[in-house]
Design a protein around this ligand. Structure first.
Ligand code: MUC
Ligand code: MG
Length: 399
């Protein structure tokens, strides 16, 4: 059995209160959770309804299933969705970095040594989706071994989250029709409108059409994926000041530091940082630099461990957060709701948890369901995910 790495099992304080039996049990947990292998399996599932936005479009979910195997026969599972147009990761790069770098760094370590594993993975600055998937698979394994859900391990706040649906690029009336379908079928009443095309001939018109169609029955906010200049953002937000938008997300290029600061100062609604705030350090820079008022937390890029660091950072600063979507499939969405529902601060706003509805199929034996505008958390143990092995065999592209 592997010893605990830097935990309290051997510490003097613990020795007074633990019996030999307790100590054996804790060594067993750590030993059962020793990482013995990691699999990175590429799979491709077409979208029934592709999603287009200012920085790209997704027609096929070219994701990677990450499975962490432990000495006790537990398999932790998560999904990495590469976003080449945003972070430069691809299906191939995720597999290469997991197999070539991360596996060696953590095989032989107990999944309980979460800080040691975090420190090793974060020697590498980039590769967010690869690191996040490993992190979440490890939490899944820990939850399974302990017989509790990950959402309880993380915080145990609630049992589900209100859902916000992302409306991809289309003509104004088609986007209204899509929102209507989401309301009628799933009870969703919060929508993130993708903007970042032509602000004054199309984007503002889309937002106005949605507000006119639904009056005050829906919550609306916009996400530009860096598509507008700061000057256009200022003017467009002024033109939409009467639309009662909740937020404006990442409207301008991430590098335009002064422009984004000016736009944040003049925006009539809070500005969310998404692509510009992907690490705790970037969150600090954006918030203290005055380039954002709120933060999008995406478990697909910061897993559970770093997402919790960012969440606590925001909470301490009195900054709002939204659970974002990296165009996740059902496994990724289950991870987002697991984290979002676990905490009070992430549960205040609707989470972006419905993109999987646009996929033609998925890998879970028991699909996620949204009803009454709410996605429930899986009750575990772990993440409570069972992969349909026939579907995985069908959609994997490595054999
Ligand atoms: C979003 O919030 O920007 C689009 C690209 C990506 O990485 O996530 C989505 C949604
Ligand atoms: Mg965004």
């Amino acid at each position: 059995m592997t010893a605990l790495h830097g935990t309290t099992a051997e510490s003097p304080g613990a020795a007074q209160s633990l019996t030999d039996g307790d100590r054996d049990e804790r060594r067993d947990v750590a030993g059962d959770l020793e990482i013995i292998a990691i699999e990175a399996i590429p799979f491709s599932i077409p979208y029934a309804k592709p999603l287009a936005f200012a920085s790209g479009a997704v027609h096929v979910a070219d994701h990677v299933l990450v499975r962490v195997h432990t000495a006790g026969g537990i398999v932790g599972t998560a999904e990495a969705p590469p976003r080449p147009f945003t972070y430069g990761e691809t299906q191939g790069s995720i597999i290469a970095v997991v197999d070539g770098i991360f596996a060696d760094q953590i095989i032989g370590t107990s999944a309980l040594a979460r800080e040691a594993i975090h420190a090793r993975l974060h020697r590498t600055v980039g590769n967010p989706a690869a690191k996040a998937a490993i992190d979440m698979a490890l939490w899944d394994a820990i939850g399974q071994r302990l017989g509790v859900s990950v959402t309880e391990l993380l915080g145990g706040y609630g049992t589900g989250m209100r859902v916000s649906h992302m409306l991809g690029f289309d003509e104004p009336q088609a986007m209204v029709a899509e929102a209507t379908r989401m309301r009628e079928t799933y009870g969703i009443s919060t929508f993130k409108i993708k903007v970042g095309r032509a602000p004054f001939t199309l984007d503002v018109a889309v937002c106005r059409a949605l507000r006119e169609a639904f009056s005050d029955e829906v919550e609306l906010y916009v996400d530009g994926n860096r598509g507008w200049s700061p000057a256009d953002a200022e003017r467009a937000m002024r033109q939409m000041a009467d639309l009662d938008l909740l937020f404006a997300e990442e409207l301008c290029p991430a590098d335009d530091v002064l422009g984004r600061r000016r736009h944040t100062r003049t925006s009539p609604v809070p500005v969310i940082a998404d692509e510009s705030a992907t690490t705790p350090g970037e969150v600090t820079r954006e918030l203290l630099g005055g380039s954002a008022d709120a933060i999008s937390i995406k478990t697909a890029r910061t897993g559970f461990t770093t997402s919790q660091r960012i969440l606590h950072q925001c909470e301490g600063m009195g900054v709002e957060v939204v659970m974002g979507n990296q165009i996740d499939g059902q496994i990724g969405t289950a991870c987002s709701v697991t984290f979002g529902a676990a905490h009070e601060h992430t549960s205040r706003r609707a989470g972006e948890l419905s993109n999987f509805l646009d996929m033609s199929d998925d890998l879970l034996a028991e699909p996620l369901t949204i009803s009454g505008g709410v996605l429930p958390v899986r009750t575990g143990p772990g993440l409570g995910l069972v992969i349909d092995e026939d579907k995985l065999a069908h959609y994997r592209i490595d054999i």
